[in-house]
Design a protein around this ligand. Structure first.
Ligand SMILES: Nc1nc2c(ncn2[C@@H]2O[C@H](COP(=O)(O)OP(=O)(O)O)[C@@H](O)[C@H]2O)c(=O)[nH]1
Ligand SMILES: [Mg+2]
Length: 209
């Protein structure tokens, strides 16, 4: 396994969301997109509109939503990506989300703050497993009950100048580990975190009484 380093994606993503939670204010929207020209910013206004006017907490730029698609992605990568969507939808029960692996997303600042305060250092737990952290984030937002939606976007992979940093084998292994951790019947995330959330809500109600 590749030695972990400070700037691995999972670490960078966690730092990014911790910082966004610190810097943003309620009402702000945090947009995460790749820095490789494949994610066109022209979709952001519609993502923001869906949060501000339709009350969603998280909006995903999706290749699989109406008006969505991809240009320049090789058939193998397209196949792997499509299989990942199906797998993730089944094992995480995310039936209303079609785009799982593209991390071009808009988050309500309140959701980011809640995620960092609730999960703390465990916001990203799967370390050194390639791009798994992008799906782990979505699963954790689902655990928090985030209302999710999608807008169609065309992934312009034909514009990409740098080679992909995606390691399919590591990321695939990560997906399976994530699926086991989430669904594990004894102390898996699905039950553990839900119980913790309920406990937190009970305490909140008590405080208000
Ligand atoms: N800091 C950091 N960023 C990374 C790493 N791997 C990928 N990224 C960034 O994550 C995004 C997705 O990676 P990319 O290579 O574009 O993947 P692809 O578009 O799915 O082929 C890009 O903005 C990369 O710069 C990493 O190990 N460390
Ligand atoms: Mg990219």
């Amino acid at each position: 396994m590749k030695e972990l380093n400070r700037f691995d994606l999972w670490e960078t993503i966690r730092d990014l969301f911790e910082r966004a939670a610190e810097l943003s204010e309620n009402g702000d929207i945090v947009v995460r997109m790749d820095a490789d020209y494949t994610h066109d910013p022209k979709y952001i206004p519609e993502m923001v509109r869906k949060i501000e006017q339709e009350g969603y907490d998280l909006v995903i730029a999706s290749r699989f939503e109406k008006g969505g698609g991809q240009v320049g992605l090789d058939p193998y990568r397209s196949f792997v990506s499509y299989m990942a969507q199906i797998f993730a939808r089944i094992v995480f029960g995310m039936w209303n989300v079609k785009e799982i692996s593209s991390a071009y997303r808009a988050y309500k600042a309140e959701l980011v703050k809640k995620a960092i305060s609730f999960f703390g250092n465990d916001f990203i737990q799967l370390r050194g497993l390639g791009f798994t952290c992008s799906v782990e984030k979505l699963v954790k937002m689902k655990i928090l009950g985030a209302k999710m939606s999608e807008v169609g976007f065309v992934l312009r992979y034909d514009r990409k100048k740098s080679p992909s940093k995606m390691i399919t084998s590591t990321t695939t292994l990560g997906y399976f580990i994530l699926a086991i951790l989430y669904n594990w019947p004894f102390g898996g995330w699905k039950t553990t975190y839900k119980n913790r959330l309920k406990e937190l809500e009970r305490k909140e109600i008590k405080k208000r009484d």
